[in-house]
Design a protein around this ligand. Structure first.
Ligand code: PAF
Length: 282
């Protein structure tokens, strides 16, 4: 049997209401499609936490900048539906843009603080788009638990913040990053890499791991960041937006001296036309 599909908020709510009437708990995995093993691991994790799992597939125009890849973003709903069914998803929610943003929609959710540095600085407006659509999706579905990947570590922090600040009654779960055997974090955008760039790409993860090891060996934040920046440039990354040591919850800057407290190391850099992000912690 094919995976059930709904396209409207009303139909989504009717399905969820019926499950609730049976006493079933609901898990939710928001996606933009172009699914890979990383997304499927989120669905599998949601299944361990809820009786029924809804996955949304919506390429959200408001989180793409004017010069970003909204039009080029890979779309294949039939393929994605097949993968989701295999992973144990119970319902696909794939609204049209007009269902999500009807004529006259004028509300934007802006998260301050944690949404401002890193991706917030490199991609103006991105997190307002993410925060707005995630708030809407959570309100539309009303799940008990929602699962997001740690691959987008700052996005996860932004969503935890908005759920707390707006009193949205949902548990947010962060799922570990899935990686290829050579360490490259799985991402829908890896599809843009040429064969040569794909060979270079794992250096991003290697550099972050080395940075963390050096930091834990007692080197200063400023020194490990500088060495990592040079290493990424030598590995062929052309535009390095950031490679930084931050606090894992607030994403505030740490250093410049040594630190033995909790950290998250985050980076974004470009290989040719493809912008890659990754992060590590311990
Ligand atoms: O991580 C993503 O794929 C998107 O940012 C999300 C959370 C589905 C919102 O559009």
């Amino acid at each position: 049997m094919a995976l059930p599909l709904v396209r409207t908020v009303a139909d989504l709510r009717a399905r969820v209401r019926a499950w609730r009437a049976e006493g079933l708990g609901v898990g939710f995995v928001p996606t933009m499609g172009a699914l890979h093993e990383g997304h499927l691991s989120l669905v599998r994790l949601a299944r361990t936490k809820a009786d029924r799992v809804v996955t949304s597939l919506f390429v959200n125009p408001t989180q793409f900048g004017p010069s970003e890849d909204f039009d080029a973003y890979p779309r294949d709903e039939a393929r994605d539906a097949g993968l989701l069914e295999g992973a144990g998803c119970h319902l696909l929610y794939a609204p049209a843009v007009a269902e999500m943003y009807p004529e006259g929609a004028s509300t934007i959710v802006t998260v301050c603080g944690v949404a401002e540095p890193l991706e917030g600085a490199a991609r103006p407006g991105h997190f307002a788009g993410v925060a707005t659509v995630v708030t809407k999706l959570l309100n539309q579905c009303g799940p008990d638990v929602a699962v997001f990947g740690q691959k987008d570590f700052q996005q996860l922090a932004v969503i935890r913040r908005l759920v707390a600040d707006l009193d949205i009654p949902v548990e947010i779960v962060g799922a570990p990053t899935m990686r290829a055997d050579d360490g490259l974090a799985l991402s829908s955008r890896n599809a843009y890499l040429t064969a040569e760039e794909r060979q270079q790409a794992p250096a991003l993860h290697q550099v972050l791991q080395t940075l963390l090891r050096n930091l834990r060996d007692g080197e200063s934040v400023a020194a490990v960041e500088r060495v990592a920046l040079d290493a990424l440039a030598r590995a062929g990354f052309q535009r390095i937006d950031y490679v930084e040591v931050r606090h894992p919850a607030t994403l505030e800057r740490l250093g410049p001296g040594p630190t033995d407290g909790p950290v998250r190391v985050l980076a974004a850099a470009r290989l040719g036309k493809t912008r890659l992000i990754d992060n590590v912690g311990d």
